[in-house]
Design a protein around this ligand. Structure first.
Ligand SMILES: NC(=O)c1ccc[n+]([C@@H]2O[C@H](COP(=O)([O-])OP(=O)(O)OC[C@H]3O[C@@H](n4cnc5c(N)ncnc54)[C@H](O)[C@@H]3O)[C@@H](O)[C@H]2O)c1
Length: 256
């Protein structure tokens, strides 16, 4: 590859905020954005968790509170002199059968996974317009289009994230702001251990995934760097599905 090709992925001079940056995937993304040259601010629920990433700046905020979303964006905007890249990675789940889901479960998941993204994006717009460019990358999920049992509310919020990605992209394209998302399948983290940490479930994923294994956290990075950078300068409103081929179909002969 020539230097010119690689320069499309260069984030030198870009300022990024990664929410939920202290989590497993968020840490990979924050460090990858730094490696690509960006100044990176990481937010998580506690300062301790955000600081552990060793990014350039760390912030504590509870994004389930819409006012806290606006405050966070203001604080980061001031600290790093404007935001060009927002990676919305904070997310939660409470896995339960539909009949056991409470109103509190429903509201808690919606507040972090859906409402926070809406108001973080809304808050960051002015900063991106001032900077003359912006790229928002939302961390949605394959569950936006392919569900497993016990994730009904989570899956609905992720479908909303993929939908908001299109709406925001459409409305803000002429402001120079691109908005895209990734939809990862099950990533091997503590977040998903209840799904794969049992023998027969591990086998289920291994056998039904064409690539034959679960996704590793660092496999989310390439798509996010692509979407955050000028490498994707004509791409907006899109979802990149990282699913190991699961949604391509099935091969019944493997069970012969
Ligand atoms: N792990 C997977 O299989 C998988 C698959 C697809 C999508 N995702 C998505 O990727 C993102 C990261 O997941 P992960 O596996 O790294 O999980 P994780 O639990 O390690 O990371 C999530 C982070 O969000 C933070 N967070 C939670 N609630 C918050 C709040 N109210 N305010 C601020 N921060 C809060 C947590 O403290 C945590 O650090 C999530 O949005 C998740 O839905 C994960």
């Amino acid at each position: 590859m020539t230097g010119d090709v690689l320069s499309r992925f260069d984030l030198s001079g870009r300022h990024a905020l990664v929410t939920g940056g202290g989590g497993v995937i968020g840490t990979v993304l924050a460090r990858g954005l730094m490696d690509a040259g960006a100044v990176v601010a990481v937010q998580d629920l506690t300062l301790e968790k955000a600081e552990a990433v060793k990014a350039h700046h760390a912030f504590a905020a509870d994004v389930s509170n819409a006012d806290a979303c606006r405050q966070l964006v203001n604080d980061v905007d001031t600290a790093i002199d404007g935001i060009d890249i927002l990676v919305n990675c904070a997310g939660i789940n409470r896995r339960k059968p539909i009949v056991d889901v409470t109103v509190d479960d429903f509201d808690a998941i919606v507040a972090v996974n859906m409402r926070a993204i809406y108001f973080l994006c809304q808050a960051v717009r002015d900063s991106m317009v001032r900077r003359g460019r912006g790229s928002i990358v939302n961390i949605s999920s394959m569950s936006a289009r392919y569900s497993y049992e016990t994730i009904s509310v989570y899956a609905a919020t992720k479908a909303a994230v993929s939908s908001m990605t299109r709406s925001f992209a459409q409305e803000w394209a002429r402001d120079g702001i691109r908005v895209n998302c990734i939809e990862p399948a099950v990533v091997r983290t503590d977040f998903t251990k209840p799904l794969w940490g049992v023998d027969h479930r591990q086998r289920f994923f291994d056998e039904l995934t064409p690539l034959g294994r679960l996704m590793e956290p660092d496999e989310a990075l390439g798509a996010v760097l692509y979407l955050a950078s000028d490498a994707s300068s004509y791409v907006t409103g899109q979802a990149i599905l990282l699913d190991g081929g699961i949604t391509t179909g099935a091969n019944w002969d493997q069970f012969a």
